[in-house]
Design a binder for this molecule. Structure first.
Ligand SMILES: [Zn+2]
Length: 123
């Protein structure tokens, strides 16, 4: 045995503590095959650091027919979760992907605001 692979441990997965996007946000894809596309966040997976975006990162999955559920077999195209670091929040007001800043309103409510045009994301 050569034993060369002994120390090649997989690096531990580092997950972001908090997500910069929420369910229902419109996001812009920064990496990968869907780069430059926008979609709406359908689900967030905090334990895996991933988000499910509508119409983004489509995969083809072979599905067995399930007559009980009335499901037909074949190849089904579905969305797969993608890393949250590969999406940016998209501002619909200035039509650009932006970063957010947080500001406190007059009544003490904290809201996320577009850094470019100061449009509110949370109403
Ligand atoms: Zn904006």
């Amino acid at each position: 045995m050569l034993g060369l692979r002994k120390n090649k441990k997989k690096a531990p997965l580092t997950l972001p503590n908090r997500f910069h996007v929420k369910m229902g946000d419109t996001v812009w894809v920064t990496h990968g095959k869907d780069k430059g596309k926008t979609g709406i966040v359908r689900k967030t997976f905090h334990d895996r650091g991933k988000v499910l975006v509508e119409g983004i990162n489509l995969i083809k999955k072979a599905v067995r027919p399930n007559p009980m559920a009335g499901q037909q077999g074949g190849i089904v195209e579905m969305e797969a979760p993608m890393p949250v670091a590969k999406v940016m929040l998209f501002c619909l007001q200035c039509n650009k992907p932006t970063r957010v800043k947080k500001t406190t309103l007059g009544d003490g409510k904290k809201v996320r605001v577009c850094q470019k045009c100061s449009a509110q994301f949370d109403s």
